[in-house]
Ligand binder design. Sequence first.
Ligand code: HEM
Length: 547
Amino acid sequence: MGRRAWEFDEAILRSQCEWKVANQSLKFCPEAINFPQALLTTAAGRTGHHPLKILRFVRGRDYDPDRERAEKRMLQKLLKREAKGAAHELSVRRPSSDSSPPPPGSRGLPLIGETIQFMAAVNSSNGVYDFVRIRCLRYGGCFKTRIFGETHVFVSSTESAKQILNDGGVNYTKKYIRSIAELVGHRSLLCASHLDHKFLRSHLINLFSTSFLASFVTQFDQQIVEALRGWESGSTIVLLNQALKITCKAMCKMLMSIQNDDELELLQKEVAHVCEAMLAFPWRFPGTRFHNGLKARRRIIKILEKMIWERQRSEAWHDDFLQRLLSEEGDDGRGALSDVEIGDNILTMLIAGQDTTASAITWMVKFLDENPDVLQNLKDEQFEILMNKHRDRDRENCFLTLEDLGNMCYAPKVVKESLRLASVVPWFPRLVLQDSQIQGYKVNKGWNVNIDVRSLHSHPSIFHHPTIFDPSRFYEEAKPYSFLAFGMGGRQCLGMNLAKAMMLVFLHRLVTSYRWKVIDSDPSIEKWALFSKLKSGCPIIVTRIES
Ligand code: HEM
């Protein structure tokens, strides 16, 4: 075993993507002939090791063709075990972490752990993050707790964020609680196993091309101009509700070309039910939040199934994600996405994109209201862009373009700073696949480790005066793995550029069309919300700026 272990230590040095290139040359490698390519590819993809290393590990240095069947079985067993969450034998050998202590923290009462305290936070106006905040103050930047029968560790250093997000699915994999997986669907990108995730993501990522983004920006600007036109001067607007309407409309058009107001309203309500159920107890009795969420999911999926059925039987072409997914040919031997995968992932994008972006917009407007100097700087920039557009007589089109967004310098920093301070997605959950060491503590295989992004975003050693809303801090490059509003690595937000574009367009139109005053500055957080959003919805009084 000694030499093989050495071989695998050496493999640590190889980059995650090298295996892909090597995989191509495998086709021509005599050692690999007759060996099931798919198995090798899978093992290489999952472990991040060079396929030839894996081949030699399984076969030994001296290749004996008679051992082929046994070898196949061994690899298949390995992959099955890995799929079940067991540590695989091809893992990177790391220095023993046995001597390291476990993270501090309380595992609460037998069986229930600290679930009651967690649920109390979910149901409080401080928001669910309060559960983490209190323990972070008590135990420091790495602590453990027990919720819903599972051990959770929360970590908050840039080094641990890098270690986990850069891992490529070898030691940590994404994991949401089971109830969330039921709501978004088991074929959702959010809950799929590492290998399935790669497959799904490779299909979905193609949808977010630059050319798509360019046409989306102008369309979205038209929608915003239309929506803001409806705001009467002097009237009170509940910003979160308006932002939700706007993001729902944009997402539904982008995903499935739904534009009818009644259908949009219905879908928005159904998605809200699903979102509300995400942190609920997984009780299936009629009337419970979770039961209502599951019912809403079923109704949305039914709508999607009907659309898929109709599209498959129609010649008409719709310029949306659903159509593109239905007409896609797979290029990785597995073909295109199945109807179930399409349904689960359209729903996932609705959930992942609508609430998050609307909440982020609401926080941004609140922060600007509280910081008039920042607002003034922003207005100076945005009015200049507006003037330039109107001055440019060659342009027929006065709507914003992707290029206009690229010309903005201060506004993207306002967006970034709002996302830092609001930390809409407060932590990222992962499952530990094998015993490892984080921040000097031992974390066991089977535990959950959560990257506490909000704590990172508000750490004074990372962000100077972290509670102050100061977009100019981003003129200096942030420390690696310190700004994680959209995550990082293989699980980074797919809609990151889309969300940023929506926030910039909204910002431009709001500051150049209206003055506003927040009339309820209550910072309470919406109960039962997975993404932090203001309970008041941020009501504002708006006054139209005369041109
Ligand atoms: C301001 C708005 C948004 C924020 C703050 C946000 C934040 C995030 C974060 C932090 C993650 C990664 C979590 C992790 O690593 O565990 C994520 C993943 C994801 N986001 Fe977003 N998001 C936003 C908007 C959107 C939009 C508009 C879409 C539209 C489609 C979207 C789709 C997704 C998807 C599909 C994933 C899963 C990616 C994967 O697992 O490979 N998000 N988002």
